[in-house]
Design a protein around this ligand. Sequence first.
Ligand SMILES: Nc1ncnc2c1ncn2[C@@H]1O[C@H](COP(=O)(O)OP(=O)(O)OP(=O)(O)O)[C@@H](O)[C@H]1O
Length: 259
Amino acid sequence: MAGDELTGNTVRVRSLSRSFGSRTVLADLDLDIARGEFVALLGRSGSGKSTLLRILAGLDREITGTATVAGTVSVAFQQPRLLPWRRVWRNVVIGLRVPATSNGSSPETANPPADPSRPRNHALALRALGEVGLSDLAEAWPRTLSGGEAQRLSLARALVREPDLLLLDEPFGALDALTRLTMHRLVENLWQHHHPSILLVTHDVDEALSLADRVLVLDAGRIGAEYRPARERPRRIADHLELRAEVLTDLGVTDSAYS
Ligand SMILES: Nc1ncnc2c1ncn2[C@@H]1O[C@H](COP(=O)(O)OP(=O)(O)OP(=O)(O)O)[C@@H](O)[C@H]1O
């Protein structure tokens, strides 16, 4: 669907419901994400965050209601999901393949895998690797990468097709605290440079509040609460702590450890 049909939004979800057997996970959910907006999605374990993300990625179509995305979509997951038999740059080329979207036709038939032998694909892969600081490792094998490098590669693969919507499903969850902070700065820089819409699913309240324009809390199958941290970055500690306390209350916990 053309972007203007969504009146400036990249995502429009209306009355979305998804059940697994008798368990209703998403119930009559509405959501808009504006073009270029950075949204974080929090929620207790099992609240349906990944389910919503999979629906937006076009990976789950067993829904009622509508989930419409304007433009191209890329996804990065907690596990980088690299192909060990392909060198780093060839793993990036995989991202040029058009994935399913929630409103598009099946890409499995419409878009064959991107051909890594094409010089243009090689150039695009090298550019994306440069953006995540991995130029030197273009010819390396995935097994030789550290956890942070593998996650950078996963980001490069997601960014190589310059998506209108970047879906991030706990991409930093498995990283140590320091690497995670480095990745935060990287994602922030990439976002400021390319300005895709981003939907970041995370368990980390601080991550959500420091990165996103808007923080949503998924509760009982729909968006239960919404916060808009101040626009300036880095954010003021006092504002951050105040919002953090409110979000944690929404999540039903009294300190930062929640599951
Ligand atoms: N394919 C499936 N078949 C059956 N149940 C499923 C399926 N996918 C998800 N569910 C259920 O839907 C609920 C929501 O799952 P989902 O992965 O979206 O939650 P989440 O909020 O991302 O959780 P977490 O934070 O733990 O990753 C869970 O109860 C899960 O067991």
